[in-house]
Design a protein around this ligand. Structure first.
Ligand SMILES: C[S@@+](CC[C@H](N)C(=O)[O-])C[C@H]1O[C@@H](n2cnc3c(N)ncnc32)[C@H](O)[C@@H]1O
Length: 199
C-alpha cells in the first residue's frame, strides 16, 4: 500500500464554500484537491493501492481528516470542481468521535495530524518529504510506505516536533521546491518504477 498525508494548514473545515471560488475563501483547499488528482488518477484508471489523508486545519472546526481509499472510490472525476463537491459533501456530515463514510471511498473524522500519524506509524514506514532531506532509496517492494507532505506552507515547529517523535525518514526530491501535488506525481512515478523494476 502507498499512502500520502497532506497537511492543509488553513484548509476550510466547513461545507460553506463556493465551488466557483476554490482558491479564494477555502484556505487553499484547491491545493488539496489537486493532491487528490495526483494521488489517484492514471490514464483511464484509478490507483487502487493508494490511500490519501487530507488534514484540514482551517476554521471553523479544526482539525478534520478526510481519508480517500483508492479501491473503494466512486464518483471521482479528474476536474477540481466535482472533486470539491465530494469534499463538500464530506464536510456537511455531522461527525462524532468515529470516522464516517461520506461517499464510497471518502471518509471524514475529527482526527488531526497526531492521531493520523500515530495510527499509520504502527504498520507503515513513514517518509517525510522536505526539500533539505536525504536521498530516498526504497528497499522492500511489498513495504507499506506513508509519504507526509505539506501544502503551500511548510510544517510549523509544532508539527515538526510531532513528526520527530515517530522518526520518519526525511527525504528530498531535489533542492527545487515543488508544488505538493507535483511531489505526489514524482513519488508515484518513483515508486511505480521501483515496484516494476523499470527505470
Ligand atoms: C509548496 S511546498 C511548501 C512551501 C515551500 N517550501 C516554500 O518555499 O514556500 C509543499 C510541500 O511539498 C514538499 N516538497 C516540495 N518540494 C520538495 C522537494 N524538492 N523535496 C521534498 N519535498 C518537497 C514539502 O513537504 C513541502 O512542504
Amino acid at each position: 500500500m502507498r499512502r500520502f498525508v497532506v497537511v492543509g494548514h488553513r484548509a476550510i473545515t466547513s461545507s460553506k464554500f463556493n465551488l466557483n471560488d476554490l482558491c479564494g475563501a477555502t484556505g487553499r483547499l484547491d491545493v488539496l484537491l489537486r493532491c487528490i488528482n495526483s494521488a489517484f488518477f492514471l490514464s483511464h484508471d484509478i490507483r487502487r493501492d493508494v490511500e490519501l489523508y487530507l488534514i484540514l486545519q482551517g476554521e471553523p472546526e479544526p482539525p478534520k481528516t478526510i481519508r480517500l481509499v483508492g479501491d473503494e472510490l466512486k464518483y471521482l472525476n479528474p476536474d477540481e470542481r466535482s472533486t470539491a463537491a465530494l469534499i463538500r459533501n464530506a464536510l456537511i456530515k455531522k461527525i462524532g468521535k468515529d470516522e464516517e463514510m461520506s461517499t464510497p471511498g471518502i471518509y471524514i473524522s475529527k482526527n488531526g495530524l497526531e492521531e493520523v500519524i500515530k495510527g499509520l506509524a504502527k504498520n507503515s514506514t513513514l517518509v517525510y518529504l522536505r526539500e533539505d532531506g536525504g536521498i530516498f532509496e526504497p528497499t522492500e517492494k511489498e513495504q507499506d510506505y506513508t509519504f507526509i507532505l505539506s501544502d503551500d506552507k511548510d510544517m510549523d515547529e509544532k508539527e515538526e516536533a510531532l513528526l520527530k517523535v515517530y522518526e520518519p525518514e526525511i527525504v528530498s526530491l531535489g533542492s527545487i521546491s515543488y508544488h505538493s501535488d507535483h511531489c505526489i506525481v514524482i513519488v508515484n512515478n518513483l515508486m511505480d518504477r521501483f515496484s516494476n523494476n523499470s527505470r
